[in-house]
Write a protein that binds this ligand. Sequence first.
Ligand code: ACO
Length: 311
Amino acid sequence: EMGADERVFQERIERGVKIEPKDWMPEAYRKTLVRQISQHAHSEIVGQLPEGNWVTRAPTLQRKAILLAKIQDEAGHGLYLYSAAETLGVSRDQLLSELHSGKAKYSSIFNYPSLSWADMGAIGWLVDGSAIINQIPLCRCSYGPYARAMIRVCKEESFHARQGYDIMLALCNGTPQQKQMAQDALNRWWWPALMMFGPPDGESVNSAQSAQWRIKLFSNDELRQKMVDQSVPQAEYLGLTVPDAKLKWNAETQHYDFGEIDWSEFNNILQGNGPCNRDRLSVRAKAYEEGAWFRDALAAYADKQDRASGQ
Ligand code: ACO
């Protein structure tokens, strides 16, 4: 049974009016948003690592400048999202300590290694491509600060996806060996990218409530299907083969049918046992520790400015 406050809140959501930080909200709504927004922020920050690995080995100066800009964008996305989470009454320090201790989740996709330059292409094309599919609807979600943050994030993500596809295109128009690198990257990133959308609808414990609150406008499986439908023709244009023997256009549904996802791989990653989980967390924690002097200096400088202005 809903209380009076909750009924007003739910009606407001159904009318499409955004919920703002100082508005009344059910405690569970606040908790759900802190969970999702903080996981999302952590994903952006940890997501810098697989690509940071290739900055010093980018094939040209131009590719290097583009990659650096993209990685900086991801840091910016993390910061907007931590700020959005802070409007819900949690501190950034608390969120970061949950990330560094391994308690907080971040996207499964960032626990895979980036083995070749072609991975920068596949990540931009498939991983950022999937992020866009997931995040465009979030621009219309019920919580104002999250929805607004997503608008700029999505614009930047579309640059990221294009730079990735451009790398794939260059490799596929290159030597047979370069094309093989692109195929190998597609083979390794395809299935993990499909897992980004989360468990199948039947096992998605948070979906029903998040849909009622209009945090989720489409289900995990609906968005995953969109990603397959969008990416298969792009793979064909590149002349690459999607690594799924069951992939087939279905004229009746007007969608591609595709094979079974290996959910044991996904669950293993969520338990912290993916190929790079430990490495990602230790690199993050080390970067945070090594940045302590800089945060201290910023705080000391801010204090000095306050004293100088007599505050
Ligand atoms: N990686 C890690 N954990 C996941 C993933 C994933 N790909 N997908 C689902 N999970 C987790 C959920 O967080 C949830 O665990 P929790 O209850 O402990 O938080 C559990 O699996 C069950 O999943 P759902 O009930 O389906 O969870 P939810 O309703 O939150 O849906 C989704 C998951 C679709 C990822 C949602 O949280 C979302 O849209 N998040 C915002 C987008 C985002 O975080 N993107 C990050 C990657 S994109 C990028 O940064 C480039």
